[in-house]
Design a protein around this ligand. Structure first.
Ligand SMILES: *Cc1c(COP(=O)(O)O)cnc(C)c1O
Length: 501
């Protein structure tokens, strides 16, 4: 508490920056309200949301630029909304649709008509099931371990955390950001149940050496999961459009499972991913059944039990509404936009693209006095969202752009915004943080703070939780960037707790 007070009275204290959150509690109405009334309120609640269409938000959302495709998905989603995937014998439509969707993914990713898979709610769930399958397919003495390159998605850490598995992190090549096969080899122990490669890894959009890593895993008798959550429904189409894409799918010897999110480059509404397995026994190891109670028998393919078939209907409809030619067209414009973006950023003074992305995910860092966190805030003022990524494992802080089918139409405007924001960031200089704050945070027992004290602490860096206005995040990002990962995590959890309080 004393420490928090000291931080708040620092001489660098400035006008609060704000994270806008809803402050009103729902009071259950005495009588039901009309749908029109409710939709008007939703529109009001969404006023400060990022835009989900139009390409100015370069993360989180995937827009084809074809409203009729999104409409087809929304209608199919709505049609399946009240179907419960809990019991496939009660709703055979679920089995039929899921087989088609999984089959389409398997076919695109080097599998065959009988390749087993599961439709899940997202990449995290697909990865969780792949890790569970690996843990249960080949039991080891002691704590099972997964070998995970540092650029792999945190979903592996989450899966390990939930499933009682340990992560062995391994470095990537500092120049290319691709996983280092020799480091993977050195990390495999008798407890290792799974080795991970990404196609591509999200942070820099580069594809790990899947052929080498999968061969290595096979030679050591270990399973190999390829995380193609973001790239699975992108790389094959980019390859068809002329991009150089290294082998990464189930056709590579040693690859035993692969995850592919349809709610990313499949352009399906959120809640849609697929995990496919090289072998039916592995899929069975991902399943869960329980008859240990006096109620209905539980057989679950996924983490969730009762859930809407809406996302499945939405994904099925999106695949059908776009078709091969639709995805190929989108890949062509995505490829063209990525090339122009990479070339354009290369010409902006003070910016440098990290690595050579094979995909359409582009990360760039700032040099010569350009602070990327400030750049991101400047771009936000111009209506564009560029995603900040903190420094980690020797990789500098940077901004991430996910190029999608809709980007090409606005790529020149995006480059102008990046150039103008870089210039503005140079003039403003790096974000300044209150003196001593990082040291205080690093030494605080964050678990012992209450939410009110944490909220005060946030105010000391100018973040007023629950305030009004446009958020500026450079100070927050700079503070987080200066802290070790465990402290970042503790702060993020406090932050989430505070904005929901
Ligand atoms: C998005 C992503 C995930 C996690 O997916 P969610 O759908 O957000 O759960 C995993 N791996 C990679 C490489 C991703 O890009």
């Amino acid at each position: 508490m004393r420490n928090a007070g000291r931080a708040r009275t620092t001489p660098y204290h400035r006008a609060p920056r704000v994270i806008r959150v809803a402050r009103e509690n729902l009071v259950l109405p005495e009588n039901g309200r009309s749908a029109d009334d409710l939709l008007a309120e939703i529109a009001r609640l969404r006023r400060d949301d990022l835009q989900v269409r139009g390409g100015k938000v370069t993360a989180y959302v995937y827009d084809t630029g074809r409203p009729e495709v999104h409409d087809a998905a929304a209608r199919a989603y709505f049609e399946m909304l009240e179907v419960n995937t809990l019991d496939p014998t009660a709703f055979p439509s679920v089995v039929a649709m899921e087989k088609q969707v999984v089959g389409a993914v398997a076919e695109l990713l080097g599998g065959g008509p009988h390749t087993p898979g599961i439709f899940t709610s997202g990449g995290t769930e697909s990865i969780m099931l792949a890790v569970k399958a690996a843990r249960d397919a080949r039991r080891v003495a002691g704590t099972p371990r997964v070998v995970v390159p540092v650029t792999a998605h945190p979903a592996f850490h989450k899966a390990a955390h939930y499933l009682g598995v340990e992560v062995t992190p391994v470095p990537v090549d500092p120049g290319t950001f691709r996983a280092d096969t020799a480091a993977v080899a050195a990390a495999i122990t008798p407890e290792t149940v799974l080795v991970v490669a990404s196609a591509p890894s999200y942070p820099q959009g580069v594809v790990d050496p899947v052929t080498d890593i999968a061969a290595l895993a096979a030679s050591r008798g270990v399973l190999c999961h390829v995380d193609a959550c973001v790239g699975g429904w992108l790389l094959p189409w980019l390859a068809e459009a002329g991009a150089a894409v290294p082998p990464f799918d189930l056709s590579v010897p040693g690859v035993t499972s692969i995850s592919c999110d349809l709610h990313k480059f499949g352009y399906a509404p959120k809640g849609a991913s697929v995990v496919v397995f090289a072998d039916p026994a592995l899929r069975r190891a991902a399943y869960f059944a329980s008859a240990a109670w006096p109620g209905y028998t539980v057989i679950n393919a996924t983490v969730q039990s009762s859930k809407s078939a809406g996302p499945l209907g939405g994904a099925w409809a999106t695949l059908n509404a776009l078709g091969r030619s639709g995805y190929l067209d989108l890949a062509r414009s995505t490829l063209e936009a990525t090339r122009r973006l990479v070339a354009g950023i290369g010409e902006i003074q003070g910016l440098r693209v990290l690595g050579e992305p094979e995909s359409s995910l582009v990360a760039f860092t700032g040099e010569d006095g350009v602070d990327v966190f400030v750049l991101s805030d400047e771009a936000r003022k111009l209506g564009w969202f560029l995603q900040p990524q903190l420094s980690y494992a020797g990789i500098p802080a940077n901004l991430h752009v996910t190029v999608t089918g809709v980007t090409l139409a606005g790529v020149d405007a995006m480059l102008e915004v990046i150039a103008a924001s870089a210039e503005a960031a140079k003039v403003r200089g790096p974000a300044r943080i209150p003196e001593g704050l990082v040291e205080i945070l690093a030494s605080l027992d964050l678990d012992a703070l209450d939410d009110a004290t944490f909220t005060e602490l946030a105010a000391s860096v100018g973040v007023e939780l629950g305030g009004e206005g446009q958020p500026e995040m450079a100070v927050v990002n700079t503070v987080l960037d200066a802290l070790p990962a465990e402290t970042r995590e503790a702060i993020l959890i406090r932050f989430l707790s505070a904005i929901y309080t």
